[in-house]
Design a protein around this ligand. Structure first.
Ligand code: SF4
Length: 487
């Protein structure tokens, strides 16, 4: 057992059981293209340390503790639980622990990981000194070679949402009311076949459980107007268990009262589609000005800045697709993919191809494309004036949906561009493409960068162009659909 198993078990025993049979590894969406161990060693100026290897036991680590002051990734175990300490340092007669995290703001959600590790070390009678978190410095901007000292920060507190130290790590983990022996016993004796699974917020809260479809296969067959598609509702499962099956039957007292929920309930009451015509008309009149530029970016998220003027956990835009539509209905398509540090080229291409006036539309523009353009502007201030103008003209196409102006029950409580495409035109689907979603795009792009065979590389380019092109073209369809709803 590893700590990840404990985490799953405590969130839901069934999740733990299902994960034991699941060999699939998730796609590493974070691009980590440096040797983190070396970087950490540089940070602490460690020139002599012991590096643990998989499947070692306590005895191996104890021997290393006798010979070394620094231990990198030593392994320890207690009963069935195996842990790996990122870094240990001998400090007089105690051992200080350093937990590395690829986060720029480590908060209490790191606590369980630390607590289990400390429990295992306590069982092994290791005397623990201070406990630190080693995390990424969000204010570090790479200049030339990577500066490992600047890249990492060290704290003995969890940080708050503003990035300031808040709770002492040792005090916080000591107050967690959990017992390692009881948890291991519960895991050993858990029989998932008799476990009663019921839908609850643990299945959908924060991040939807990856086994949701497995646990509730019937949900896919549920009608579009099922109450289970109600968004951001803490009572929908209770209402469902009480016999409320459809959106139209919802007890209004049990709604949080968001505009999205109102639109969902009204859509069901009105036969499947709700349109706030006045709001939508106003939004269109105020925001849609020709020529219309529909743009979609693709990017890769880098934990460690690979190039100058980049910071930790920053993205690198590598592709865009742009469709420009004039008032007489002519469409001009542009596309771009860059390799390596293509940021400057990306900016110049985009500024050349974007019209100097009119609305620029992107789905979720405010949370994605506008942020990306601002990051580019910060790295290349010489383009500030033109990029500021681009930001000013961006309009977020998700607004009519997310703010409850339009809801079609076929959206089934989901608001992505892909879902909306399925509602307005299901003849061509993203499932017909080799690259179906953003993570696929990143995966193909990473392969493209390494590919030596020109034919294969060309195919990767085409796959990426098709996928991103589908996004920009779908936005054209969305605007014409919205227009049809108010005329
Ligand atoms: S969907 Fe819910 S019940 Fe099923 S494994 Fe996930 S959290 Fe547990």
């Amino acid at each position: 057992m590893h700590i990840s198993d404990f985490r799953k078990f405590l969130r839901c025993p069934k999740m733990y059981q299902l994960s034991l049979k699941d060999n699939k590894r998730g796609f590493p969406f974070l691009n980590i293209d440096i040797d983190i161990d070396e970087s950490i060693k540089n940070k602490f100026k460690i020139d002599n340390c012991y590096t643990g290897i998989a499947n070692e036991d306590n005895e191996d680590s104890f021997k290393a503790m006798e010979q070394y002051q620094w231990l990198l990734k030593p392994r320890f175990s207690y009963r069935y639980l195996r842990v790996r300490v990122p870094l240990m340092h001998k400090n007089e007669d105690k051992w200080d622990l350093y937990f590395t995290t690829l986060s720029t703001c480590p908060q209490e959600d790191e606590a369980m990981n630390i607590r289990w590790t400390v429990d295992v070390l306590n069982k092994a009678k290791i005397s623990i000194g201070r406990i630190y978190l080693v995390y990424l410095n969000k204010n570090y901007v790479r200049e030339g070679e990577l500066d490992d000292d600047q890249l990492w920060l060290v704290t003995d507190c969890f940080l708050n949402g503003n990035g300031h130290p808040s709770k002492d790590i040792i005090k916080y983990i000591s107050n967690i009311n959990i017992d390692i022996d009881i948890t291991i016993d519960n895991m050993l004796h858990f029989d998932g076949d008799y476990y009663d699974i019921t839908r609850s917020n643990r299945c959908t809260g924060r991040k939807k459980c990856q086994y949701y479809d497995l646990c509730f296969p019937d949900e896919k067959l549920m009608e579009d107007n099922s109450i289970l598609h109600l968004t951001n509702s803490q009572y929908k499962y209770t209402m469902y268990q009480e016999g409320v099956k459809y959106l139209s039957q919802v007890d209004l007292e049990k709604l949080e009262g968001t505009a999205q929920q109102y639109a969902q309930v009204m859509a069901d009451r009105q036969g499947g589609l709700f349109i706030d015509k006045l709001a939508l008309k106003n939004w269109m009149n105020n925001n849609i000005h020709y020529p219309l530029s529909y743009i979609d970016f693709e990017w890769d998220l880098h934990a460690i800045p690979p190039y100058e003027k980049m910071s930790p956990m920053q993205v690198l835009c590598f592709e865009y697709s742009l469709d420009v539509v004039t008032q007489d209905g002519r469409i001009t398509h542009h596309q771009y993919i860059g390799e390596g540090d293509c940021r400057k080229e990306f900016i110049e291409h985009m500024l050349r191809e974007l019209p100097k006036e009119g609305t620029i539309l992107a789905y979720n523009a405010k949370g994605a494309e506008v942020l990306r353009v601002r990051e580019l502007m910060k790295a290349f201030p010489e383009y500030t004036e033109e990029l500021e103008d681009v930001c000013r003209r961006f309009v977020d196409l998700s607004v009519p949906f997310l703010s409850g102006m339009v809801y079609d029950t076929r959206m089934r409580g989901l608001y992505s561009l892909k879902i909306i495409k399925g509602v307005i035109n299901d003849k061509v689907s993203y499932h017909d493409l080799d690259v179906e979603n953003g993570l696929d795009a990143v995966s193909v792009y990473r392969k493209l960068l390494k590919e030596k065979n020109l034919e294969t590389k060309k195919q990767y380019y085409e796959d990426l162009y098709k996928y991103c092109g589908m996004d920009s073209y779908t936005m054209i369809e969305v605007i014409s659909w919205l227009r049809s709803l108010i005329t």
